[in-house]
Design a protein around this ligand. Sequence first.
Ligand code: SF4
Length: 502
Amino acid sequence: MNIRNVGHSMKYEAECIAMLFFPDEKIITAEYPAGTSFPPSEDFIENRLENGVMKVTLRLNGQESSMQKEVIPSPQSPYEETEFLMCDMMYTLLCKATGSSAAWGSITGVRPVKLFHRRLEEGKTPQQTAQEFAEHFHVSEEKIALALETARHEAPILKEATDDTYSLYVSIPFCPSRCSYCSFVSHDIASKRAKEILPVYVDKLCEELAYIGAKMKQTPLTLTTVYFGGGTPTILSAQQLDQVCTAVEENFDLSHLKEYTVEAGRPDTIDREKLRVLRKHSISRISINPQTLNDEVLQKIGRRHTVQEIIDCFHMAREEGFDNINMDLIAGLPGDTVAGFCDTIDRIIALDPENVTVHTLSIKRSAKYGTSWEERKKALELAQQVGQMVSYAQKRLMENGWMPYYLYKQRNTLGNLENTGYCKKGCEGRYNIYIMDETQTILAAGGGAVSKLKSNRTGKLERIFNYKYPFEYVEHFDEVLRRKDRLVDFFEENRPVPLRKN
Ligand code: SF4
Protein backbone atom coordinates (compact mmCIF):
# COMPACT_ATOMS: atom_id res chain seq x y z
CA MET A 1 0.00 0.00 0.00
CA ASN A 2 1.25 3.46 -0.88
CA ILE A 3 0.81 6.40 1.47
CA ARG A 4 1.25 10.02 0.37
CA ASN A 5 1.78 12.47 3.17
CA VAL A 6 1.34 16.01 1.91
CA GLY A 7 2.34 19.01 4.00
CA HIS A 8 3.58 17.05 7.04
CA SER A 9 5.90 14.23 8.05
CA MET A 10 3.82 11.89 10.24
CA LYS A 11 5.17 8.81 8.48
CA TYR A 12 5.43 6.47 11.45
CA GLU A 13 1.89 7.13 12.70
CA ALA A 14 0.33 6.74 9.23
CA GLU A 15 2.17 3.47 8.63
CA CYS A 16 1.08 2.03 11.99
CA ILE A 17 -2.59 2.59 11.08
CA ALA A 18 -2.16 1.22 7.54
CA MET A 19 -0.51 -1.92 8.91
CA LEU A 20 -3.64 -2.73 10.90
CA PHE A 21 -5.50 -3.27 7.62
CA PHE A 22 -2.69 -4.46 5.35
CA PRO A 23 -0.83 -6.64 7.84
CA ASP A 24 1.24 -8.57 5.35
CA GLU A 25 2.13 -5.83 2.91
CA LYS A 26 4.98 -3.51 2.44
CA ILE A 27 3.79 -0.01 3.28
CA ILE A 28 5.58 2.65 1.25
CA THR A 29 5.29 6.26 2.38
CA ALA A 30 6.37 9.32 0.41
CA GLU A 31 6.29 12.90 1.65
CA TYR A 32 5.43 15.94 -0.48
CA PRO A 33 5.21 19.68 0.15
CA ALA A 34 1.77 21.24 0.62
CA GLY A 35 0.10 22.07 -2.69
CA THR A 36 1.39 19.00 -4.57
CA SER A 37 -1.23 17.33 -6.78
CA PHE A 38 -1.16 13.87 -8.36
CA PRO A 39 -2.50 12.19 -11.50
CA PRO A 40 -5.14 9.41 -10.97
CA SER A 41 -3.60 6.22 -9.60
CA GLU A 42 -4.42 2.79 -8.14
CA ASP A 43 -4.89 2.09 -4.41
CA PHE A 44 -3.44 4.73 -2.11
CA ILE A 45 -3.94 6.63 1.13
CA GLU A 46 -3.37 10.36 1.01
CA ASN A 47 -3.04 12.42 4.21
CA ARG A 48 -3.04 16.08 3.22
CA LEU A 49 -2.43 18.89 5.72
CA GLU A 50 -3.07 22.29 4.19
CA ASN A 51 -4.31 25.60 5.60
CA GLY A 52 -5.07 24.10 9.00
CA VAL A 53 -7.22 21.30 7.53
CA MET A 54 -6.35 17.59 7.53
CA LYS A 55 -7.93 15.68 4.65
CA VAL A 56 -7.57 11.90 4.31
CA THR A 57 -8.40 10.22 1.00
CA LEU A 58 -8.49 6.47 0.50
CA ARG A 59 -8.65 4.64 -2.80
CA LEU A 60 -9.14 0.92 -2.41
CA ASN A 61 -10.37 -1.72 -4.82
CA GLY A 62 -11.59 0.97 -7.25
CA GLN A 63 -13.57 2.91 -4.60
CA GLU A 64 -12.55 6.33 -3.32
CA SER A 65 -13.64 7.90 -0.04
CA SER A 66 -12.43 10.85 1.99
CA MET A 67 -12.86 12.80 5.22
CA GLN A 68 -11.55 16.14 6.40
CA LYS A 69 -11.43 18.08 9.64
CA GLU A 70 -10.05 21.37 10.83
CA VAL A 71 -7.01 21.01 13.07
CA ILE A 72 -7.45 22.89 16.33
CA PRO A 73 -4.14 22.33 18.10
CA SER A 74 -4.19 22.33 21.87
CA PRO A 75 -1.43 24.58 23.31
CA GLN A 76 -0.02 21.68 25.37
CA SER A 77 0.29 19.14 22.56
CA PRO A 78 -0.20 20.68 19.10
CA TYR A 79 1.48 17.79 17.33
CA GLU A 80 -0.52 15.10 19.11
CA GLU A 81 -3.81 16.71 18.11
CA THR A 82 -2.91 16.72 14.39
CA GLU A 83 -1.63 13.16 14.63
CA PHE A 84 -4.80 12.05 16.40
CA LEU A 85 -7.02 13.57 13.69
CA MET A 86 -5.07 11.93 10.87
CA CYS A 87 -5.04 8.50 12.57
CA ASP A 88 -8.71 8.72 13.49
CA MET A 89 -9.81 9.56 9.94
CA MET A 90 -7.53 6.93 8.38
CA TYR A 91 -8.87 4.33 10.78
CA THR A 92 -12.51 5.25 10.14
CA LEU A 93 -12.14 5.18 6.34
CA LEU A 94 -10.22 1.91 6.37
CA CYS A 95 -12.78 0.21 8.63
CA LYS A 96 -15.57 1.16 6.24
CA ALA A 97 -13.67 0.18 3.10
CA THR A 98 -12.43 -3.20 4.36
CA GLY A 99 -15.38 -4.15 6.57
CA SER A 100 -12.82 -4.93 9.28
CA SER A 101 -11.81 -3.30 12.55
CA ALA A 102 -9.02 -3.70 15.08
CA ALA A 103 -9.62 -4.76 18.68
CA TRP A 104 -7.32 -2.01 19.95
CA GLY A 105 -8.83 0.50 17.53
CA SER A 106 -6.38 3.18 16.46
CA ILE A 107 -4.03 2.56 19.42
CA THR A 108 -0.87 1.19 17.86
CA GLY A 109 1.70 1.85 20.60
CA VAL A 110 3.33 -1.03 22.42
CA ARG A 111 2.24 -0.09 25.94
CA PRO A 112 -1.49 0.62 25.90
CA VAL A 113 -1.82 0.04 29.65
CA LYS A 114 0.55 2.95 30.26
CA LEU A 115 -2.02 5.20 28.58
CA PHE A 116 -4.64 3.93 31.02
CA HIS A 117 -2.32 4.50 33.99
CA ARG A 118 -1.64 8.04 32.79
CA ARG A 119 -5.37 8.87 32.63
CA LEU A 120 -5.98 7.36 36.07
CA GLU A 121 -3.04 9.31 37.53
CA GLU A 122 -4.50 12.49 36.03
CA GLY A 123 -7.52 11.85 38.25
CA LYS A 124 -9.91 10.32 35.71
CA THR A 125 -12.12 7.48 36.89
CA PRO A 126 -11.91 4.03 35.26
CA GLN A 127 -15.34 4.75 33.69
CA GLN A 128 -14.19 8.07 32.19
CA THR A 129 -11.03 6.41 30.89
CA ALA A 130 -13.02 3.54 29.38
CA GLN A 131 -15.36 6.01 27.67
CA GLU A 132 -12.47 8.01 26.22
CA PHE A 133 -10.82 4.91 24.81
CA ALA A 134 -14.06 3.66 23.29
CA GLU A 135 -15.05 6.98 21.73
CA HIS A 136 -11.70 8.48 20.76
CA PHE A 137 -9.66 5.43 19.91
CA HIS A 138 -12.37 2.88 18.97
CA VAL A 139 -10.98 0.30 21.41
CA SER A 140 -13.29 -2.69 21.87
CA GLU A 141 -15.10 -3.26 25.15
CA GLU A 142 -13.16 -6.49 25.67
CA LYS A 143 -9.75 -4.80 25.36
CA ILE A 144 -10.77 -1.88 27.57
CA ALA A 145 -11.79 -4.36 30.27
CA LEU A 146 -8.48 -6.22 29.82
CA ALA A 147 -6.40 -3.03 30.04
CA LEU A 148 -8.25 -1.77 33.11
CA GLU A 149 -7.89 -5.11 34.91
CA THR A 150 -4.20 -5.24 34.02
CA ALA A 151 -3.66 -1.66 35.22
CA ARG A 152 -5.43 -2.49 38.48
CA HIS A 153 -3.30 -5.58 39.17
CA GLU A 154 0.06 -4.15 38.23
CA ALA A 155 -0.36 -0.82 40.06
CA PRO A 156 0.73 -2.06 43.54
CA ILE A 157 3.72 -3.91 42.06
CA LEU A 158 4.82 -0.86 40.10
CA LYS A 159 4.80 1.08 43.38
CA GLU A 160 7.34 -1.37 44.83
CA ALA A 161 9.85 -0.44 42.11
CA THR A 162 11.21 2.62 43.87
CA ASP A 163 14.28 4.58 42.72
CA ASP A 164 16.52 2.69 45.12
CA THR A 165 15.75 -0.75 43.67
CA TYR A 166 16.89 -2.58 40.54
CA SER A 167 16.61 -5.90 38.71
CA LEU A 168 19.28 -8.12 37.18
CA TYR A 169 18.88 -9.82 33.80
CA VAL A 170 21.21 -12.68 32.86
CA SER A 171 21.29 -13.58 29.17
CA ILE A 172 21.88 -17.13 27.88
CA PRO A 173 21.37 -16.74 24.12
CA PHE A 174 21.57 -20.42 23.13
CA CYS A 175 18.80 -22.92 22.25
CA PRO A 176 18.66 -26.63 21.41
CA SER A 177 17.27 -25.80 17.94
CA ARG A 178 15.82 -22.77 16.25
CA CYS A 179 12.03 -22.31 16.29
CA SER A 180 10.67 -21.21 12.92
CA TYR A 181 9.04 -18.06 14.32
CA CYS A 182 11.95 -16.93 16.50
CA SER A 183 13.09 -13.33 16.22
CA PHE A 184 15.53 -13.41 19.16
CA VAL A 185 19.27 -13.51 18.88
CA SER A 186 19.73 -17.10 19.91
CA HIS A 187 22.20 -19.71 18.73
CA ASP A 188 21.35 -23.25 17.82
CA ILE A 189 23.58 -25.36 20.06
CA ALA A 190 23.66 -28.06 17.38
CA SER A 191 26.24 -25.96 15.51
CA LYS A 192 29.88 -26.83 16.25
CA ARG A 193 30.81 -23.18 16.75
CA ALA A 194 28.05 -22.59 19.32
CA LYS A 195 28.97 -25.80 21.19
CA GLU A 196 32.60 -24.71 21.43
CA ILE A 197 31.88 -21.17 22.55
CA LEU A 198 29.34 -22.10 25.26
CA PRO A 199 31.82 -22.94 28.11
CA VAL A 200 33.90 -19.87 27.26
CA TYR A 201 30.74 -17.78 27.24
CA VAL A 202 29.71 -19.09 30.67
CA ASP A 203 33.13 -18.19 32.15
CA LYS A 204 32.97 -14.68 30.71
CA LEU A 205 29.38 -14.21 31.88
CA CYS A 206 30.45 -15.10 35.44
CA GLU A 207 33.34 -12.66 35.15
CA GLU A 208 30.95 -9.92 34.04
CA LEU A 209 28.60 -10.73 36.94
CA ALA A 210 31.51 -10.35 39.37
CA TYR A 211 32.54 -7.04 37.77
CA ILE A 212 29.10 -5.44 37.71
CA GLY A 213 28.20 -6.88 41.13
CA ALA A 214 31.21 -5.03 42.60
CA LYS A 215 30.14 -1.81 40.83
CA MET A 216 26.58 -2.06 42.14
CA LYS A 217 27.88 -2.52 45.70
CA GLN A 218 29.25 1.02 45.39
CA THR A 219 25.73 2.35 44.80
CA PRO A 220 22.88 2.48 47.31
CA LEU A 221 20.57 0.36 45.16
CA THR A 222 18.89 -2.85 46.33
CA LEU A 223 18.40 -5.83 44.04
CA THR A 224 14.78 -7.00 44.03
CA THR A 225 14.42 -9.38 41.08
CA VAL A 226 16.71 -11.64 39.04
CA TYR A 227 15.71 -13.05 35.65
CA PHE A 228 17.60 -15.58 33.52
CA GLY A 229 16.36 -15.34 29.92
CA GLY A 230 17.59 -16.09 26.44
CA GLY A 231 17.49 -18.23 24.52
CA THR A 232 16.91 -21.14 26.77
CA PRO A 233 18.96 -20.84 29.99
CA THR A 234 18.49 -24.56 30.78
CA ILE A 235 20.53 -25.37 27.69
CA LEU A 236 23.42 -25.07 30.19
CA SER A 237 24.51 -28.27 31.91
CA ALA A 238 23.64 -28.71 35.60
CA GLN A 239 27.24 -27.81 36.44
CA GLN A 240 27.16 -24.66 34.28
CA LEU A 241 23.83 -23.58 35.77
CA ASP A 242 25.37 -24.04 39.19
CA GLN A 243 28.36 -21.94 38.12
CA VAL A 244 26.20 -19.01 36.93
CA CYS A 245 23.81 -19.14 39.91
CA THR A 246 26.83 -19.22 42.24
CA ALA A 247 28.29 -16.17 40.47
CA VAL A 248 25.03 -14.32 41.08
CA GLU A 249 24.96 -15.36 44.75
CA GLU A 250 28.59 -14.47 45.40
CA ASN A 251 28.49 -11.07 43.76
CA PHE A 252 25.06 -9.66 44.57
CA ASP A 253 23.18 -9.15 47.80
CA LEU A 254 20.10 -11.34 47.38
CA SER A 255 18.71 -10.67 50.85
CA HIS A 256 15.98 -8.29 49.53
CA LEU A 257 15.08 -10.43 46.54
CA LYS A 258 11.35 -10.75 45.87
CA GLU A 259 11.61 -12.94 42.79
CA TYR A 260 14.20 -15.15 41.09
CA THR A 261 13.10 -16.46 37.70
CA VAL A 262 14.80 -18.85 35.31
CA GLU A 263 13.25 -19.41 31.91
CA ALA A 264 13.61 -23.14 31.65
CA GLY A 265 11.88 -22.74 28.32
CA ARG A 266 11.95 -26.00 26.45
CA PRO A 267 11.37 -29.45 27.92
CA ASP A 268 14.14 -30.94 25.79
CA THR A 269 16.62 -29.02 27.97
CA ILE A 270 15.18 -29.82 31.40
CA ASP A 271 16.03 -32.75 33.64
CA ARG A 272 15.75 -33.52 37.33
CA GLU A 273 19.40 -32.70 38.04
CA LYS A 274 19.06 -29.19 36.59
CA LEU A 275 15.80 -28.58 38.46
CA ARG A 276 17.56 -29.58 41.68
CA VAL A 277 20.37 -27.12 40.98
CA LEU A 278 17.79 -24.37 40.50
CA ARG A 279 16.04 -25.31 43.73
CA LYS A 280 19.37 -25.36 45.57
CA HIS A 281 19.92 -21.76 44.48
CA SER A 282 16.41 -20.70 45.61
CA ILE A 283 15.00 -19.98 42.17
CA SER A 284 11.40 -19.10 42.96
CA ARG A 285 9.83 -19.09 39.50
CA ILE A 286 10.49 -21.02 36.30
CA SER A 287 8.99 -21.00 32.82
CA ILE A 288 8.22 -24.15 30.89
CA ASN A 289 7.07 -22.90 27.52
CA PRO A 290 5.00 -25.25 25.38
CA GLN A 291 3.74 -22.56 22.92
CA THR A 292 1.14 -25.17 21.86
CA LEU A 293 -0.11 -28.53 23.09
CA ASN A 294 -0.47 -29.87 19.56
CA ASP A 295 2.23 -32.27 18.34
CA GLU A 296 1.78 -31.40 14.67
CA VAL A 297 2.15 -27.69 15.33
CA LEU A 298 5.22 -28.39 17.49
CA GLN A 299 6.78 -30.22 14.54
CA LYS A 300 5.88 -27.41 12.18
CA ILE A 301 7.60 -24.77 14.27
CA GLY A 302 10.77 -26.82 14.52
CA ARG A 303 10.48 -28.14 18.09
CA ARG A 304 12.12 -31.50 18.71
CA HIS A 305 9.96 -32.64 21.59
CA THR A 306 6.40 -33.86 22.10
CA VAL A 307 3.44 -32.55 24.05
CA GLN A 308 3.81 -35.49 26.46
CA GLU A 309 7.37 -34.39 27.25
CA ILE A 310 6.08 -30.92 28.13
CA ILE A 311 3.50 -32.41 30.48
CA ASP A 312 6.02 -34.81 32.06
CA CYS A 313 8.42 -31.93 32.55
CA PHE A 314 5.74 -29.85 34.26
CA HIS A 315 4.97 -32.69 36.70
CA MET A 316 8.67 -33.24 37.35
CA ALA A 317 9.05 -29.55 38.27
CA ARG A 318 6.11 -29.87 40.65
CA GLU A 319 7.70 -32.97 42.24
CA GLU A 320 10.89 -30.99 42.74
CA GLY A 321 8.93 -28.34 44.63
CA PHE A 322 8.41 -25.54 42.10
CA ASP A 323 5.21 -23.79 43.08
CA ASN A 324 5.39 -20.85 40.68
CA ILE A 325 5.53 -22.05 37.07
CA ASN A 326 4.84 -19.98 33.96
CA MET A 327 3.77 -21.48 30.65
CA ASP A 328 4.05 -19.43 27.41
CA LEU A 329 1.61 -19.97 24.54
CA ILE A 330 1.45 -18.40 21.08
CA ALA A 331 -1.77 -17.68 19.17
CA GLY A 332 -1.52 -17.94 15.39
CA LEU A 333 1.27 -20.50 15.00
CA PRO A 334 1.55 -22.05 11.53
CA GLY A 335 -0.78 -25.04 11.22
CA ASP A 336 -2.80 -24.15 14.33
CA THR A 337 -6.56 -23.53 14.22
CA VAL A 338 -8.98 -21.73 16.49
CA ALA A 339 -10.27 -25.09 17.77
CA GLY A 340 -6.71 -26.38 18.27
CA PHE A 341 -5.64 -23.30 20.20
CA CYS A 342 -8.77 -23.43 22.39
CA ASP A 343 -7.98 -27.05 23.17
CA THR A 344 -4.44 -26.01 24.20
CA ILE A 345 -5.89 -23.39 26.55
CA ASP A 346 -8.27 -25.90 28.16
CA ARG A 347 -5.48 -28.40 28.73
CA ILE A 348 -3.20 -25.74 30.19
CA ILE A 349 -5.97 -24.73 32.58
CA ALA A 350 -6.23 -28.38 33.64
CA LEU A 351 -2.47 -28.46 34.34
CA ASP A 352 -2.93 -25.41 36.57
CA PRO A 353 0.35 -23.47 36.32
CA GLU A 354 0.50 -20.26 38.36
CA ASN A 355 1.29 -18.10 35.29
CA VAL A 356 0.13 -18.36 31.68
CA THR A 357 1.47 -15.92 29.11
CA VAL A 358 -0.44 -15.68 25.86
CA HIS A 359 1.52 -14.20 22.94
CA THR A 360 0.36 -13.29 19.46
CA LEU A 361 2.50 -14.40 16.55
CA SER A 362 4.47 -11.74 14.76
CA ILE A 363 3.28 -11.16 11.18
CA LYS A 364 6.78 -11.64 9.82
CA ARG A 365 6.47 -15.29 10.85
CA SER A 366 2.91 -15.92 9.68
CA ALA A 367 1.74 -17.07 6.25
CA LYS A 368 2.52 -14.68 3.41
CA TYR A 369 -0.29 -13.09 1.46
CA GLY A 370 -0.21 -10.75 -1.53
CA THR A 371 -1.75 -7.38 -2.34
CA SER A 372 -4.83 -8.35 -4.37
CA TRP A 373 -8.21 -7.67 -2.77
CA GLU A 374 -8.80 -11.39 -2.15
CA GLU A 375 -5.37 -11.89 -0.64
CA ARG A 376 -5.85 -8.87 1.58
CA LYS A 377 -9.13 -10.33 2.80
CA LYS A 378 -7.40 -13.63 3.66
CA ALA A 379 -4.76 -11.86 5.73
CA LEU A 380 -7.48 -9.98 7.63
CA GLU A 381 -9.41 -13.24 8.16
CA LEU A 382 -6.33 -14.85 9.68
CA ALA A 383 -5.95 -11.85 11.98
CA GLN A 384 -9.60 -12.26 13.02
CA GLN A 385 -9.06 -15.95 13.82
CA VAL A 386 -6.11 -15.04 16.00
CA GLY A 387 -8.38 -12.48 17.68
CA GLN A 388 -10.79 -15.32 18.50
CA MET A 389 -7.95 -17.39 19.99
CA VAL A 390 -6.75 -14.52 22.19
CA SER A 391 -10.33 -13.73 23.30
CA TYR A 392 -10.95 -17.36 24.22
CA ALA A 393 -7.77 -17.42 26.30
CA GLN A 394 -8.75 -14.21 28.09
CA LYS A 395 -12.27 -15.43 28.85
CA ARG A 396 -11.34 -18.95 29.99
CA LEU A 397 -8.32 -17.92 32.06
CA MET A 398 -10.17 -15.14 33.83
CA GLU A 399 -13.17 -17.40 34.52
CA ASN A 400 -10.81 -19.91 36.11
CA GLY A 401 -8.95 -17.66 38.52
CA TRP A 402 -6.06 -16.19 36.51
CA MET A 403 -5.88 -12.41 36.22
CA PRO A 404 -4.07 -10.27 33.66
CA TYR A 405 -1.08 -8.54 35.26
CA TYR A 406 1.06 -7.31 32.39
CA LEU A 407 0.35 -6.59 28.79
CA TYR A 408 2.25 -5.25 25.82
CA LYS A 409 1.96 -5.17 22.08
CA GLN A 410 4.64 -5.66 19.50
CA ARG A 411 4.58 -3.94 16.17
CA ASN A 412 3.72 -6.45 13.43
CA THR A 413 1.60 -8.88 15.40
CA LEU A 414 -1.42 -10.49 13.78
CA GLY A 415 -4.43 -8.20 14.27
CA ASN A 416 -2.26 -5.74 16.22
CA LEU A 417 -3.08 -7.91 19.20
CA GLU A 418 -1.41 -8.04 22.57
CA ASN A 419 0.77 -10.36 24.61
CA THR A 420 -0.71 -10.82 28.07
CA GLY A 421 0.65 -12.36 31.24
CA TYR A 422 -2.03 -13.94 33.44
CA CYS A 423 -1.39 -15.22 36.94
CA LYS A 424 -2.97 -16.61 40.06
CA LYS A 425 -3.24 -14.12 42.92
CA GLY A 426 0.16 -13.30 44.40
CA CYS A 427 2.14 -14.98 41.59
CA GLU A 428 2.79 -11.97 39.36
CA GLY A 429 6.11 -12.01 37.51
CA ARG A 430 7.45 -8.72 38.82
CA TYR A 431 10.35 -8.53 36.38
CA ASN A 432 7.93 -8.72 33.44
CA ILE A 433 6.03 -5.72 34.74
CA TYR A 434 9.18 -3.69 35.38
CA ILE A 435 10.78 -4.34 32.02
CA MET A 436 7.59 -3.54 30.13
CA ASP A 437 6.73 -0.44 32.09
CA GLU A 438 10.35 0.80 32.19
CA THR A 439 9.85 1.68 35.85
CA GLN A 440 13.07 0.35 37.29
CA THR A 441 16.77 0.13 36.52
CA ILE A 442 17.54 -3.19 34.82
CA LEU A 443 21.15 -4.27 34.95
CA ALA A 444 21.85 -6.81 32.22
CA ALA A 445 24.73 -9.26 31.74
CA GLY A 446 25.69 -11.47 28.81
CA GLY A 447 25.50 -11.44 25.02
CA GLY A 448 22.75 -9.25 23.55
CA ALA A 449 21.92 -7.83 26.99
CA VAL A 450 20.98 -4.16 27.28
CA SER A 451 21.15 -2.46 30.68
CA LYS A 452 18.58 0.29 31.23
CA LEU A 453 19.56 2.73 33.93
CA LYS A 454 16.69 4.83 35.17
CA SER A 455 17.37 8.40 36.22
CA ASN A 456 15.41 9.56 39.23
CA ARG A 457 16.02 13.16 38.14
CA THR A 458 14.64 13.03 34.60
CA GLY A 459 12.78 9.71 34.60
CA LYS A 460 14.69 8.87 31.41
CA LEU A 461 16.60 5.68 30.66
CA GLU A 462 20.26 5.49 29.76
CA ARG A 463 21.18 2.29 27.93
CA ILE A 464 24.41 0.32 28.02
CA PHE A 465 24.64 -2.21 25.21
CA ASN A 466 26.56 -5.45 25.40
CA TYR A 467 27.69 -7.05 22.16
CA LYS A 468 24.82 -8.81 20.46
CA TYR A 469 26.28 -12.20 19.56
CA PRO A 470 28.08 -14.52 22.01
CA PHE A 471 31.16 -14.63 19.75
CA GLU A 472 31.42 -10.84 19.72
CA TYR A 473 30.69 -10.72 23.45
CA VAL A 474 33.60 -13.04 24.21
CA GLU A 475 35.92 -11.39 21.71
CA HIS A 476 35.28 -7.83 22.91
CA PHE A 477 34.91 -8.69 26.57
CA ASP A 478 37.25 -5.90 27.79
CA GLU A 479 35.04 -3.38 26.07
CA VAL A 480 31.93 -4.98 27.66
CA LEU A 481 33.44 -4.34 31.09
CA ARG A 482 34.67 -0.88 30.16
CA ARG A 483 31.14 0.18 29.23
CA LYS A 484 29.92 -0.94 32.67
CA ASP A 485 32.33 1.49 34.32
CA ARG A 486 29.61 4.05 33.68
CA LEU A 487 27.40 2.46 36.36
CA VAL A 488 28.87 4.18 39.42
CA ASP A 489 29.04 7.60 37.74
CA PHE A 490 25.48 7.28 36.55
CA PHE A 491 24.17 6.66 40.05
CA GLU A 492 26.33 9.49 41.40
CA GLU A 493 24.75 11.85 38.88
CA ASN A 494 21.27 10.40 39.40
CA ARG A 495 21.41 9.67 43.08
CA PRO A 496 18.53 7.45 44.19
CA VAL A 497 16.51 8.39 47.24
CA PRO A 498 17.95 7.00 50.51
CA LEU A 499 17.45 3.32 51.11
CA ARG A 500 14.43 2.18 53.02
CA LYS A 501 15.23 0.50 56.28
CA ASN A 502 13.10 -2.68 55.88
S1 SF4 B 1 13.14 -21.43 22.31
FE1 SF4 B 1 12.65 -19.25 22.18
S2 SF4 B 1 14.63 -18.20 21.92
FE2 SF4 B 1 14.92 -20.39 21.45
S3 SF4 B 1 14.69 -20.54 19.23
FE3 SF4 B 1 12.68 -21.00 20.14
S4 SF4 B 1 11.64 -19.01 20.21
FE4 SF4 B 1 13.80 -18.59 19.84
